[in-house]
Ligand binder design. Structure first.
Ligand code: SF4
Ligand code: SF4
Length: 261
């Protein structure tokens, strides 16, 4: 049990965007989805990958010894659950009541054994746990033990969902219902991608579904941010090329997303 390993893309300390309070975010490598706008494209493949940023290369010619200028970055590190927890514990004094560790990715549930072990270890230390997931996968024990689940419902229409993420959303919807029975608090989220899912109907249908669940504490709309474009270039991928939604549009859509109505 003690030696279960996870393949990790990154661990970010002092994060304030991946759940309540101050958090350490563990990004798992590998995801079964292929979202056209993915902001963490280095987390999609389960394999280790090299990102190359030519603008940082100083031409030292010492690539085989490891790159110290940050031009060539290997993404993917196999770490034991204990090693990961050690990093998480470094900031335990800052977590207070709200904060803790967030397991993100990629899709953390795709590395079920390691995720389960990490949740158990974190809980034993009294650290709050959150999981960010696409809910394409489901594990009752893990999702039932987490303190918070942040789950995406990206596109309501099944065919559009398949076209832009590579998978149907039917399984995801049924996992939302299963998750609801576990009683774990859920923050549901939709990344708003102009021209893909920024229409009123998409938001209202998603909101109506979420209203039928008991444990959804919030429905958040997250504006698309082209954060992933640099990393796409570094991976040799073509640009995703989506525009950023304007503030007025986001305000309008947030009115339709109100769960209390
Ligand atoms: S080690 Fe880094 S900086 Fe040096 S040549 Fe290789 S990529 Fe460029
Ligand atoms: S589910 Fe998340 S990590 Fe996976 S492809 Fe979509 S945006 Fe990227």
């Amino acid at each position: 049990m003690g030696s279960v390993k996870a393949r990790i893309a990154d661990i970010q300390r002092a994060s304030i965007h991946d759940g309540p309070g101050i958090r350490t975010t563990v990004f798992f490598k590998g995801c079964p989805l292929r979202c056209a706008w993915c902001h963490n494209p280095e987390c999609i493949s389960f394999e280790k990958e090299t990102l190359y940023y030519p603008e940082k290369c100083i031409g030292c010619g010492k690539c085989s010894e490891g790159c110290f200028s940050g031009a060539r970055v290997v993404c993917g590190r196999d770490m034991t659950a204990e090693e990961i927890l050690e990093t998480v514990l470094l900031d335990r004094d800052y977590y207070a009541e709200e904060g803790g560790v967030t397991f993100s990715g990629g899709e953390p549930l795709a590395q079920r054994e390691a995720l389960g072990e990490l949740i158990r270890l974190a809980k034993r230390e009294g650290i709050g746990t959150a999981i960010e997931t696409s809910l394409i996968l489901f594990d009752e024990e893990i999702l039932g033990e987490a303190d918070l689940v942040m789950a995406d419902l990206k596109i309501w229409d099944e065919e559009r969902h398949r076209a832009y993420t590579g998978v149907s959303n039917r399984e995801i919807l049924s996992h939302f219902k299963l998750l609801d029975r576990l009683g774990t608090p859920v923050i549901a989220r939709t990344p708003v991608i102009p021209g893909v899912n920024d229409d009123r109907e998409n938001v209202e249908k998603t909101r109506d579904f979420l209203r039928s669940l008991r444990n959804v504490i919030r429905y958040e709309l997250l504006p698309y941010h082209p954060l992933g474009e640099d990393k796409r270039r570094a991976l040799g991928l073509p640009p995703a090329g989506f525009p950023v939604p304007d503030r007025g549009k986001m305000e309008e859509l947030r009115r339709y997303a109100d769960l209390r109505g």
